[in-house]
Design a protein around this ligand. Structure first.
Ligand code: SF4
Length: 505
């Protein structure tokens, strides 16, 4: 941005408020933190809950079915508000990268369209649009600035994401990511570690390393073992208590990463590894170069080194050509894998992907039936796996989000080392932990999708952490009160897996 433009941006933005609406995967959630950081650096402030913002930014996703209908539906709802109050509207993310100027054809009242490669241009584009009184569109085909060098407004005080790479060199036939995010670009380990250190200095105790395929990290600078080394280097950072990563790819998952996970105490016993299908024939059609046997072999090795590890996955049901036998193979691999949970999706063709043009698209009713069977199987396994934790003692990182029933039950929430969600009550007379603090509690009940702990006072231990202190400072800055709130709308937990939403049955 030029200096003159920056000045104008700041003066125009001085009193302007913004809202970012995010769809899709963890990459998008992280990009939205960058968008918020950029806007705040340009002088915008976050609109209060329920208030009408001066700027709405849609950070879109092209992966999910009906993503475009949903976006254009939401945009049309904002049109009368814009006409009456002069709100600016910007559309970015994968759908913008894909549709480009088609966004303006369908929603001509949009002010700015920007892509996945030039998030950093957003304040300039907003200013240009306001100044010229016309829509401003800029889509780049290659990455302009590595996103992690942009300012960030973190959604969580205790946890942060750090991009280690963007883009993907694979060509899975159902996936639009490579064409929208481009080839893999790796960040230098020194830059990654400096960002992790900066997060820790800022109070974070948990970091999630983020890439479309973290196992190929280093391919760009010629070090095949770079990811394992990065995990070990994270283990050296004082004050960093929990390291997670997403997503690995089974085809390039190597033993050095398993060793690094097992031998680095702050790398958590948790793995989110997309299976997608248990049928070797379908994996081939998906152009995913591992097979069911290799996938299960990785799980065996992980569990041998980390028996307490929780494994989660993504599965697509009804890929073109999937027969009943193929689906049975998926059911068999799921049964054998004992996933703690799974993000399950019904296949739907994504225009622009090879699979969309494949013959043998599976009728919706068949996909639906298989999907329900898979859900039933996985729900049973999830409940069984949760039940094995009853009676164990877990150290939880307390989150700000207390879940939908927090108001009713008075329980707080936290994440176990394996990332399972635990709702816990604070015994009478015990101090209340802040988000970011740690509590050690017994698991007193395993529900189907979460764990519960109602400990006696003698079984409840609290460990204050710098993240809890940071939470107090954050609260003091925002409202002058440093205490735990039960607020289900507050972001806080790191949820792994891509995309975030589970497809409706
Ligand atoms: S599914 Fe993952 S590994 Fe495959 S092309 Fe998409 S981003 Fe890359």
């Amino acid at each position: 941005m030029t200096e003159a433009l920056l000045d104008r941006t700041e003066s125009f933005a001085a009193t302007r408020t913004y809202q970012v609406r995010t769809y899709g995967c963890q990459m998008n959630v992280h990009d939205s933190e960058r968008i918020a950081g950029l806007l705040e650096e340009a002088g915008y402030t976050k609109a209060a809950e329920g208030a009408r913002p001066d700027l709405t930014v849609f950070n879109t996703c092209a992966v999910r079915e009906n993503a475009d209908n949903r976006l254009y539906g939401n945009l049309s709802q904002l049109k009368p508000i814009k006409e009456e109050h002069g709100m600016q509207i910007a559309v970015g993310g994968c759908l913008a990268q894909k549709d480009q100027d088609a966004v303006l054809k369908r929603a001509p009242f949009v002010d700015v369209v920007f892509g996945t490669h030039n998030i950093g241009s957003l304040p300039t584009l907003l200013e240009r649009s306001r100044h010229n009184k016309e829509a401003s569109i800029e889509i780049l085909e290659a990455l302009e600035t590595f996103p992690s060098t942009l300012p960030t407004k973190r959604e969580s005080v205790h946890s942060g994401w750090v991009s280690i790479s963007v883009g993907c060199n694979n060509t899975c036939t159902f996936c639009i990511v490579p064409s929208l995010r481009g080839k893999e670009r790796d960040r230098r380990p020194g830059d990654v570690l400096a960002e992790v250190q900066a997060l820790v200095d800022d109070g974070a105790v948990e970091v999630t390393l983020l890439g479309q395929n973290v196992n190929t990290y280093g391919v760009e600078f010629g070090d095949r073992q770079a990811f394992a080394k990065l995990l070990r280097a994270c283990g050296e950072i004082r004050g960093l208590e929990r390291v997670r990563f997403t997503s690995p790819h089974p085809a390039s998952f190597t033993d050095d990463v398993i060793d690094a996970m097992a031998e680095t105490p702050n790398v958590m016993p948790q793995l989110h590894m997309p299976l997608q299908s248990g049928s070797d024939r379908i994996l081939k059609a998906m152009r995913r170069s591992y097979r069911g046997k290799k996938f299960l072999g990785i799980l065996d090795k992980v569990r041998e080194r980390m028996p307490e590890a929780a494994v989660t996955t993504d599965i697509i049901v009804g890929f073109p050509g999937e027969t009943e036998e193929d689906f049975e193979d998926t059911m068999r691999v799921v049964e054998a894998s004992r996933f703690a949970s799974a993000y399950t999706f019904q296949y739907s063709p994504r225009p622009g992907t090879p699979a969309a043009d494949m013959e043998d698209q599976i009728p919706k009713e068949i996909v639906q039936k298989r999907f329900v069977r898979l859900l039933e199987l996985q729900d049973r396994i999830t409940a069984e796996e949760n039940a094995t934790l009853e009676g164990t003692t877990q150290e939880l990182l307390v989150t700000a989000d207390t879940g939908s029933k927090g108001h009713e039950t008075g329980r707080l929430s936290g994440r176990a080392p394996d990332n399972r969600l635990v709702h816990f009550s604070v015994p009478e007379g015990a101090p209340t932990p802040r988000p970011g603090d740690f509590v050690t509690v017994p698991i007193t009940h395993a529900a189907s999708f979460h764990l519960l702990s109602d400990p006696a006072q003698s079984d409840f231990r609290i460990r204050r952490s710098p993240a809890g202190d940071a939470w107090d400072r954050w609260q003091a800055d925002s409202c002058g009160v440093g205490t735990t709130k039960i607020d289900s709308d507050k972001p806080g937990s790191v949820s792994l897996g891509m995309p975030v939403l589970r497809a409706a049955p």
